[in-house]
Design a protein around this ligand. Structure first.
Ligand code: CA
Ligand code: CA
Length: 117
C-alpha cells in the first residue's frame, strides 16, 4: 500500500511540474499549451480593452516584455505562429522591438496582417 501511495505522489509531482511548464509558455495566453492565432486574438482584444487578462495571462501576453500588452505583442505572436521567429521561453529576455513593419513607429492593422507574409 505504501508503494502505491508513493507512486501516486510521484505522479502528482510530475503532473504539477508539467503544469508549471505548461503555464510558463510565453505567448500561450489562453493556456492551451500552444501558441496560435487564438492567443494573438486574446492579446489584440486585451490591447483594445475588450478582454481582461489575469496577471498570469498578461505575463504571457507581453511577448516583447515591455510591460504592456499591445498590438506589438500580438504581432510577435503571429510571427511565431507563422514560423518567422522562434518561440521564446518566459525566462529569455529580449530588448523590446519598436515600430511597425512598414518602418514608421506605429503599429497598424496592415503591419499585423503583413507580419505573417
Ligand atoms: Ca494558446
Ligand atoms: Ca508588450
Amino acid at each position: 500500500m505504501k508503494k502505491i501511495i508513493s507512486l501516486v505522489l510521484v505522479v502528482a509531482m510530475v503532473l504539477s511540474l508539467s503544469v508549471v511548464a505548461f503555464a510558463a509558455k510565453l505567448g500561450d495566453v489562453n493556456g492551451d499549451g500552444k501558441v496560435t492565432g487564438a492567443d494573438a486574438l486574446y492579446v489584440l482584444q486585451a490591447a483594445a480593452g475588450l478582454r481582461t487578462l489575469t496577471a498570469e495571462q498578461q505575463k504571457k501576453a507581453d511577448y516583447n516584455k515591455d510591460g504592456k500588452v499591445s498590438a506589438i505583442d500580438a504581432r510577435k505572436i503571429l510571427q511565431v505562429v507563422a514560423g518567422l521567429i522562434p518561440e521564446e521561453e518566459m525566462t529569455t529576455s529580449t530588448p523590446p522591438s519598436v515600430g511597425g513593419g512598414d518602418g514608421d513607429d506605429s503599429i497598424s492593422w496592415d503591419d499585423i496582417i503583413n507580419a505573417g507574409k
